[in-house]
Design a protein around this ligand. Structure first.
Ligand code: P1T
Length: 377
């Protein structure tokens, strides 16, 4: 099936009792059992929920994977993946990832005797050089938040296979519409479904997709044992949202390309980071492994005061954390999403105090461009 057909139908069928076309919200914590050991496959809400199962099957289909395992947030999904390793194991991570991922690994998981190496995975040699005897996972984010660096997923997955490592890709920025890491040989895909997948800024959620039966079994066990599951209502909202993912992503992409070109041509920013621009260092890779460039742009305005003026004066863009919603957001990574990354490390990656991140929404592009022009004058 094509992407949009799957998005609208996969994992869903009319309700057998009423014929309801939309999967109901099974808002129940438990299920009646007929007699001891005899039930309909549903025992307890944390373990089994049909709204959640529909969502998991739906997003798994969109990621071209067999299994989806949903969590209560993107970070809960990342945390669950730590259940694939044990104290003393080593994990290689893209040096630029969402600041909360950095915080989870460096400030929480290190206390559980896990070792992390932060490397620039956009150069595959750095992955190979970082492999140790106790390495178990390679955790990639591509494009990265907020610098929009890209990692060659096919190349990285080959290195992982050769060294018997599990490859994980945070695919939040692309959504399954523009990039499918499993088809490039990676083992696990992760999404903060809070972002493009839900797209309406009204749900916090996460999901992991894999084709690997053993990994699925372990993660399903962890999902139930740790219990960070999304509510039936949140699952229903996300399931509603994936129906329009294709049309939303097309528009995010179109608007972002136009906005990136405006930023380049107007020369109002010092440096623009967007994989759709021909001078992006990985533009050719972007064209190869992605089907679009996405809706995220970062721009360095050179002076902190200029960035502050923009952030304060925009009227259609909203200053706020998060991304991927239909409405445009603007943020300041150094003090917001990446505040927990030490300043020197931030600046080395390009996350300066004058860097601004745009989550380009699906409004009329003329209005978005004049909002930025007006804010700066
Ligand atoms: O917020 P949560 O659903 O827990 O997802 C965490 C997460 C994981 N991966 C990426 C690439 C992310 O961008 C995020 C969350 N990011 C933001 C809140 C943000 O403003 O960048």
């Amino acid at each position: 099936m094509g992407f949009s057909t799957d998005a609208i139908h996969a994992g869903q069928r009319p309700d057998p009792v009423t014929g309801a076309v939309i999967t109901p919200i099974y808002q129940t914590s438990t299920y009646a059992q007929e007699e001891l050991g005899k039930h309909k496959g549903f025992e307890y809400g944390r373990t089994h929920n049909l709204t959640r199962q529909s969502l998991e099957a739906n997003i798994a289909a969109l990621e071209k994977g067999k299994y989806g395992i949903a969590f209560s947030s993107g970070l809960a999904a990342t945390h669950a993946l730590m259940g694939l390793v044990k104290a003393g194991d080593h994990i290689i991570v893209s040096n630029n990832v969402y600041g909360g991922t950095y915080r989870l690994f460096e400030l929480i998981m290190r206390d559980y005797s896990l070792e992390f190496s932060w490397v620039d995975t956009s150069d595959l040699k750095n992955i190979e050089n970082a492999v140790r005897k106790n390495t178990k996972l390679v955790y990639l984010e591509t494009p990265t938040n907020p610098m929009l660096n890209l990692t060659d997923l096919k190349g990285a997955s080959e290195i992982c296979k050769k060294n018997n490592l599990i490859s994980i890709v945070d695919n939040t920025f692309m959504s399954p519409y523009f990039q499918n890491p499993l088809t490039l040989g990676c083992d696990i895909v992760l999404h903060s479904s809070t972002k493009y997948i839900n797209g309406h800024s009204d749900v916090i959620g996460g999901i992991v997709i894999t084709d690997n039966e053993k990994i699925h079994e372990r993660l399903r066990y962890i999902q139930n044992a740790i219990g960070a599951v999304p509510s039936p209502f949140d699952c229903w909202l996300v399931l509603r949202s994936t129906k329009t993912l294709a049309v939303r992503m097309e528009r995010h992409n179109k608007n972002a390309i136009e906005l990136a070109n405006f930023l380049v041509n107007s020369k109002i920013a010092k440096k623009i980071y967007y994989p759709g621009l021909p001078d992006h260092p990985k533009h050719e890779l972007a064209k190869k492994q992605m089907r679009g460039f996405g809706g995220m742009i970062s721009a360095d305005f050179g002076e902190v005061d200029k960035a502050k003026t923009l952030l304060k004066n925009v009227r259609i863009f909203t200053l706020g954390e998060s991304l991927g919603g239909v409405e445009s957001l603007i943020s300041h990574p150094a003090s917001m999403t990446h505040a927990s990354v030490p300043k020197e490390e931030r600046e080395e990656m390009g996350i300066t105090d004058s860097l601004v991140r745009f989550s380009v929404g699906i409004e009329d592009i003329e209005d978005l461009i004049s909002d930025i022009q007006n804010a700066l004058t």
